[in-house]
Design a protein around this ligand. Sequence first.
Ligand code: HEM
Length: 465
Amino acid sequence: QVVSIFYTLFSRSLLSPLANIPGPRLAPLTSWYECYYDVFKPGQYVFKIKQLHEKYGPIVRITPREVSISDVEFLNTIYAPRPHFKRNKDFEKVKALGINTSIGAAVDHDLHRKRRESLNPFFSKKSVLNFAPQIQNKISQLDEIFSVSQNTGDVNVLANPDRAASMGSNVAGVLRGVKFSLHFSWVRTVVRMLPPSLSGRWIPQGVKDMLKFRQIIRQEVQQALDSKAGNENHHSVFVELRDSPTLPASEKTVQRLEDEATLLVMAGTESTAKSISIAHYHLLANPEIMTKLRTELSANPNASLTDLDQIPYLHAIALEANRLSFGLTGRNPRISPSETLSYTNPSSQKTYDLPPGTPISTSTLLVHTNESIFNSPWTFNPDRWLGQGIENKKYMLAFSKGPRQCIGMHLADAELVMAIKEMSRWDMELVGTDEKDVRFLHDYHVATPRLDSLGVRVSVIGKVG
Ligand code: HEM
C-alpha cells in the first residue's frame, strides 16, 4: 500500500508529461488540494487559481491531471477550435450534476454533436422571437408582483421563498451541494440506496423537490414515447427528440430524455435569474445608469423584442450583468482526444506541450476580471460595451464559446432585456442590500454571494410617469 502511494506521488510529480508545468507543489500530487478549497473553504478554488496565476504565470498545473491557462488569446484553442478539431469534456467534472446522459454531460465530441443537432431547432433566434409572447406573459406576472408589493409595502418579495419561483430556489439548493458531489460522488450513490425514511434526513429540500420533479418529467416522457407521432396537442421538447431523425433509439430512452429535461430546467432558471437580479441591483444602486436607460427606452415605450435588440445601451446593461454573473463559475475543461496542444508563454517564450487527454481550462473569473480588457473589473459599467468596446465581446465567456456554447443564450438574452425594460418602469429602493448580496464570492457552479445573503430586497415606490 505504502509503496503504491509513493509510486503514485512519484509518477504524478516527476514522470507525468505535465511535470514541467509551473504551479504549487501539492496540486499535482493530490486532488485533496482542490477539494480543500472547493469544499472546506468553500467554493474558493477558482479564486485560489487566480492567485496561482499571479504567482506562477499564465499556465499552471492545478490538479494531478488538469492545466489552467489564463491567457485570453488561448480561449479559442481550448473551447472553439477550428472545424474538424475535436474537444471532449472531462467526465470527472460533468458527473457532479447527476444528469449523465444529458447534452451538457456528453463527454464525447461526436455524441454531443448529435444531441445538439436534435435540440437546435428549439433555441434558434427565430424560435425565441416566436416565444416572445410567453416571455411577455411572465413579465406581466412580474409587473403584478411589483404592484402588489407597492400596495402591501412588502419589501422582501423576491427573497421570500413562498413567493419567489420555487423551482429557482430549488435549483440554487441543488447547486449548493455541487462541489461536495464533485469530490464525494460516492456519498450520493450510498444515500440513494438507503430507504427514504433514512435518506430523507440528509437530502436537502431543494434536492428532494428536484427528485419529485424528475418523477413528473419521467411520466411526461413516458407518455410522449407511448403516443404516436401526430397525436399530440402541443409540440413538446420530448416529442421533438422522439421524432428526431438524427438520434438513434439508444438516445431516446426515458432515462435520457428525463436527464435532458432536468438539465434544461437547471440551466434555464438559475443563471438567467442571477443575471436579472444582478442587473436589477446595479440599476437601483447606480441611479445615473437607470436614468440613461430610461432616456434610451423613452423613444419607443412599446418596443417589441426585435426593437429592443436595436438599443445598444440596453444590450450593454445585459452584457455587463452577464459579465458580473460570471455564467458558470466552475471550470469547464476541454480535452483534445488526439492532438497535442502547445502553449507558448508570451513573456518567457517557453513552450509547453499538453498531450491528448489533458483537461485544459480557464474560468470566467480569470477572463472577466482581466484588467487589461475590463478596466476596474468589479465595477458595473455598461459604457465599457459601447462604441469600440463591443469588440471585447469576443472575451465574453458567460455563455462559454464554440460548439458547446450555451444553447439557450438567445432565450436568456431575450428574457434579460425584457426584464430590464420592466424594471426601468418602476421606482424602487434597495432595502438592507449591498454589493455583497450580488457579488461573486463563492463558486457553487454559479456565482454565489455572501452565504447569509437574503437576496436583493427592495421597497417598491411606484410606477414611473
Ligand atoms: C444568463 C443565462 C445563462 C447562462 C449564463 C448560461 C451559461 C451556460 C454555459 C457557460 C454553458 C456551457 C457549459 C459548458 O461549457 O459545459 C451552457 C450550456 C447550456 N445551457 Fe446555458 N446559460 C444560460 C441560460 C440558459 C437557458 C435559458 C437555457 C435553456 C432553457 C440554457 C440551456 C443550456 C444547455 C442545454 C446547455 C448545454 C449545451 C451543450 O452542451 O451543447 N441555458 N449555458
